[in-house]
Design a protein around this ligand. Sequence first.
Ligand SMILES: Nc1ncnc2c1ncn2[C@@H]1O[C@H](COP(=O)(O)OP(=O)(O)OP(=O)(O)O)[C@@H](O)[C@H]1O
Length: 532
Amino acid sequence: MAKDPSFLFAGVHFNKRKFASDFARFEEKQGTDDSVNTSSLFRTAVAVQEKVIVSPVKKRKRRGATSDPVEGFNVFKSSKLESDPPEERAEKDEYDPSKEKKELFRQMEHDAVFRKRYNIHVSGANIPSPLQDFAELKTRYGCKPYILRNVSKLGYKEPTPIQRQIIPVLLSGRECFACAPTGSGKTMAFVCPILVKLKDATKDGIRAVIISPTKELAAQTTRECKKLAKGNKFRIKLMTKTLIRTPDLSNFHCDILISTPLRLRLAVKKRKMDLSRVEYLVLDESDKLFELGLVKQIDFIVKVCSNPAIVRSLFSATLPDFVEDLARTIMHDAVRVIVGRKNTASELVNQKLVFAGSEEGKLLALRQSFAERLNPPVLIFLQNKGRAKELYEELVFSNIRVGVIHSDLSQMQRENAVDDFRAGKIWVLIATDVIARGMDFKGVNCVINFDFPDSAAAYIHRIGRSGRAGRRGEAITFYTEEDIPYLRNIANVMTASGCEVPPWILSLPKKKWKKHRPKRVSISTKPEDQEE
Ligand SMILES: Nc1ncnc2c1ncn2[C@@H]1O[C@H](COP(=O)(O)OP(=O)(O)OP(=O)(O)O)[C@@H](O)[C@H]1O
C-alpha cells in the first residue's frame, strides 16, 4: 500500500458544500449504489466537478457573445432603449453587460501585465487579481487594523511576489499550491490570510493547522504567526512534547495549531485530538512532507481534517511534478502559483563549486578560507550527524566561535544552537539537513556545502539559508572525485539562477540520482599515527 501513491488522501471528502449543486446532480446519477467505494466515488466526483466547471463557462461565453452588442452598433441599442418605459430604462442603464465585460478584460490585461512584472505564473480558473500593496488587505478584504500595524512593525513595505498572488487566492477561499524561491516570504503568504479569515479568537475546536517537517521550523512558524497576530487574542499553539503528554486532548481548542506530522498524528491517535473542524490546512515544505518517510502521516492528517469546507494549501521552494499530481487528486478547483521558474535557487545567492580533491582536502580548504576571510554568520552542511560531530571536534579548538546542530542533540540543545547562531554568539554553525529547509536566519553571509548535497532540491534549500528577504549571499560547494557524476545536476541549478559554471561540467552526462550519500572517510587533518 505504501508504494502506491494513490493511497494518499484516500477517503478525502469531496467538497460538498462548495459544489452543492454539482454534487446533487452527481448523486442523482449515481443513485444509491452502496457498492461504490469512497475513493472511486471521490475520483468520479472530481471528474464531474471538472466537467461542470469547464462546460458552463464555455456556454456562458458563447451566449454572451451572441447577445452582446457589437461595437459600433450602439446607435440601435440606444434607439431601442428610448422606447422602453422609464423604469426599465433605468434598470438597463445600471446593467450594461458589454461594459462589464470590457471592464473584466481590462482588469485581466492589467493583472497579466502586473504578474509579468513580478514574474508570477498562475494557472487555474478565475484567479483573483494580485495585491498592489498591503493597504488592499483592508480595502479589498476588510482586514482588521492590527494586521497592517504588525506588517508595518515588521518592516514589510510591500508584499513579495508570492504574497501578492497567494494572499488574494486564499482569501477568496481557493485551494492552491505555491512554489517560490527560498527566503521570499511564503510564511507570511499563508499566515496572513488565515488571520484575516479567522477574524477573532473562538472556542470552536482547532480551526487552522500548519504542518512543518521539522520541530525547529514548526517553532519558527509559531513565532512568525504570533508576531503577525499581535494585538488579537488568537490562541496560537505549537505542538510540543509537553502538550502531547496531556492525557486527553479531545476538548483542546486553539485558533492555529502548528506541528510536525508525527506529533500531530500521535495527538490524534493517542490523545483523541479532534481535527474535524479545521478550516485551513497548510502543508509547508510540501515536497519534503510527501517524501516516503512522512507521506503516511500526512495521508492520515489529511483524512482526519474532514471538514468538507476545508481549504488546503501546499507551499515549497521546490515542487516536483509528482507532488503536484498527487495534490491535484485532492484539491478542489486549485490555483497554481509559481514565482520565477519552478525548482530554481534564489538569484540572490552567488554560487561556486570548489574541487577539494579528497576528504582531507575539504578540511584544508575550509581552514584556509577561514584564515583568509571569515565573514560570519556561516552555515556548514554535512551529510550526516556523525560527520557533523567530527567537523565540530576539528573546529571547536580553533579560535572560531563554532556550534553544531543535529538530531542526536536534545530539543533544548538544538534550540540553544539555533538561538545562539541567531544572536551572533556562534559565528559558524555546523549542521545536517535538519535545518536545511525553511529556517530563517537573518543575514547568513555564506553557506558551505562541506558534503555534496544528496539531491538538487536539498541543494536549493541548503543554499537558500543565505540570500533571504532581498539580501545577497554566497554558497560554496566542495566536491571530490566521487561527487563528479552528480555535478551536472547542481550545475543546471546554478546556470538557471544566472551563475557561471565551467563548460566541462555542463558537458558531463546527466545522471539520474536517487540519494547521493557516499560513504566518506572521516574528517581529520591529524596524521594517521596520532589518531586514537
Ligand atoms: N513583504 C516582506 N517584505 C520584507 N521582508 C519580508 C516580507 N515578507 C517576509 N519577509 C521576511 O523574509 C524572510 C524570509 O521569509 P520566509 O521565511 O517566509 O521565506 P520562505 O519563502 O518561507 O523561505 P523558505 O523557502 O526557505 O522556507 C523573513 O525574514 C521574513 O521576515
